[in-house]
Design a protein around this ligand. Structure first.
Ligand code: ATP
Ligand code: MN
Length: 562
């Protein structure tokens, strides 16, 4: 009896407990779901959390954690002031002018110069003028001249800039000089790095003469750093991609981390590691000189240079490396000492350099040992081969406060570049090619131009260091075109190639080249591809303006360089 009552009491207790638990759960679920609903309502207009946004579309997402975040800027679309049909017209115009010019031998008639005008005299006048400006500046700062008198003096200086007549004469003079340069150099023999290095190698390291490295060096000439159709080029790409690393050493030159890899068969390569995602844009408050170098920019620049037919960027591939096996275990002591394991258990290294070489900007594998990098052939350097480092006349000021001279002087090309005899040769037009290339890739950081001086004077620029290109796709920096806008000179051959890729669709060619020839995926986000097409049109627009101002034959030049 007692037993049955006890069981009944237990059953009631059990039912009561179940009911309580059940109602608690229901209540909790209700409260939770209402909260959730409310929460969802609240964040309906707020940006999605970074995790909810697919990686490639995260580009225009504002920062959810930033209370003052403004919506990402809408893509800045600068319109080219030229239509497709005008580009075609321009092409016909330029092609006809080129054909006409090929038959004309009398350069003096084509570019007439007043017998009373003299280059040397103009040069001396200009130099005297500069000296007096400098002296006046020194006096100004010494006597602490008031602002008004200084402005007055600036005004008189402005009046003293090169006269219109002198400018016309000087342009014709430069055009004549370039035509003479062509005559002198059109039969130059093409030389190779292999031939420059041959004798020393034969004496000191004869075994190197049988390597695939030497075979590639036979294709590096004074005109281009690789032959895209040759087998040494294809083998080189494969080698950069797959060869085992023998030693990893830090590159002492430069401001950001770079690693020199020794590869088998005498090859050396320059590695720039992954630092930021493909959709990273130069931080709004960063100058170009604080911008972080991007491995994907190096890769994309190589592909673009190849499509444009310059062949002036040393071959580079994107490579997935094992940070421990390929770098740490092969590192020199100095480099190895900067390795550590991060809190996320990834292998990282800091390296030694002046920008971003500290623990908070370390290069880390992600996850673990996996690291993307650009790997570029390191061309022979001094003492084996001599290079010339030319300060770019349109170099930006590397100071946050100062501006460069060319930014405020519209006559800068006449007063500084045309008057400088160092530019009375192919260098002037190589610089125009480079300005076009840099504008397309958005590179503001071309402080120097490099060329291999062991080749003599007829030697192409080598487009080294493109790590700070592709920094922005929402902005086209017209100032990169200043050399072209100021000097208004351009090669026929370059124009013809630009026109060809324009017709084929430059961005299509580029994305195809990256897809087929690159192991790393999505090197350029679509926004960068769109920007390149837009910039090509802007470049044509600039050439159109030049031609309208100076006529085709005073802008377009055939200096014999393809
Ligand atoms: N592929 C290469 N072959 C031969 N030399 C190279 C190559 N790449 C770079 N160099 C040399 O190394 C120097 C530094 O490289 P790079 O310009 O890429 O570094 P950086 O950190 O951007 O330097 P900076 O801060 O001076 O621009 C170059 O000026 C050049 O002399
Ligand atoms: Mn650089």
């Amino acid at each position: 009896m007692r037993h049955t009552r006890l069981r009944l009491r237990f059953t009631i207790l059990f039912i009561l407990a179940t009911l309580t638990i059940f109602s608690l759960i229901t209540l909790y679920t209700f409260i939770w779901s209402t909260n959730e609903l409310e929460r969802q309502e609240q964040i309906q207009d707020a940006p999605k959390s970074p995790g909810a946004v697919p990686f490639w579309s995260a580009i225009n997402h504002q920062n959810i954690y930033d209370l003052y975040a403004t919506p990402a800027s809408t893509i800045f679309k600068r319109k080219a002031n030229i239509t497709q049909s005008r580009i075609e017209e321009l092409f016909q115009l330029i092609r006809n002018a080129h054909t006409d010019q090929a038959h004309l031998v009398d350069i003096e008639k084509l570019y007439p110069i007043n017998p009373k005008w003299n280059f040397q005299k103009l040069l001396e006048e200009q130099q005297a003028q500069e000296q007096s400006d400098k002296d006046a500046d020194t006096v100004d700062s010494a006597t602490n001249l008031t602002k008004t008198t200084k402005t007055q003096r600036d005004l008189t200086t402005a009046e003293k800039t090169m006269s219109k007549h002198d400018k016309i004469q000087l342009r014709n003079y430069v055009l004549q000089v370039l035509a003479k340069w062509k005559k002198e150099h059109q039969n130059d023999e093409i030389t190779t790095i292999a031939s420059i290095m041959h004798d020393e190698l034969e004496q000191d390291e004869p075994s190197k003469l049988n390597t695939s490295w030497y075979k590639y060096m036979k294709t590096v000439t004074n005109l281009r750093v690789y032959d895209p159709h040759s087998s040494p080029f294809k083998r080189l790409l494969n080698h950069l991609q797959n060869a085992e690393v023998i030693e990893a050493n830090e590159m002492p030159q430069g401001t950001q981390i770079k690693v020199i890899l020794d590869l088998p068969d005498s090859f050396r390569a320059l590695l720039k590691p992954y630092r930021v995602p493909r959709n990273y844009q130069t931080l709004p408050d960063h100058f170009y000189f604080s911008d972080i170098e991007r491995h994907h920019a190096e890769i994309a620049a190589f592909h673009l240079d190849k499509i444009l037919g310059f062949y002036r960027v040393p071959p580079v591939v994107g490579r997935l490396i094992d940070i421990t096996r390929d770098i740490r275990e092969k590192a020199t002591e100095d480099l190895a000492n900067t390795f550590f394991i991060s809190p996320a258990n990834n292998t990282c290294f800091r390296g030694h350099c002046s920008y971003y070489c500290d623990t908070s900007h370390a290069v880390c594998g992600k996850p673990g040992d996996r690291l993307e990098a650009s790997v570029q052939i390191l061309l022979p350097r001094p003492p084996d081969v001599d290079w010339e480092k030319i300060t770019h006349p349109y170099r930006r000021s590397y100071s946050a406060a100062r501006k460069a001279k060319w930014e405020s002087n519209e006559n800068y090309c006449y007063e500084h570049v045309f008057l400088d005899e160092e530019y009375h040769n192919r260098l002037l037009l190589d610089m125009m090619d480079l300005s076009a290339f840099d504008f397309l890739i958005g590179n503001m950081d071309r402080h120097h131009m490099m060329r291999i001086s062991s080749f003599g004077s007829n030697t192409a620029l080598v487009h080294l260091d493109n790590g700070r290109s592709f920094g922005r796709y929402d902005y086209d920096d017209l100032s990169i075109l200043t050399p072209i806008r100021h000097c208004c000179l351009f090669r026929y051959s370059t124009f013809a190639r630009l026109h060809r890729v324009y017709r084929q669709g430059l961005s299509t060619l580029l994305s195809r080249s990256l897809e087929n020839g690159e192991q790393l995926k999505k090197i350029l986000v679509d926004e960068h591809l769109t920007a390149i097409d837009r910039r090509l049109e802007i470049l044509f627009g600039q050439l159109d303006t030049c031609i309208k101002t100076y006529t085709v034959k005073r802008v377009m030049i055939d200096d014999g360089i393809d």
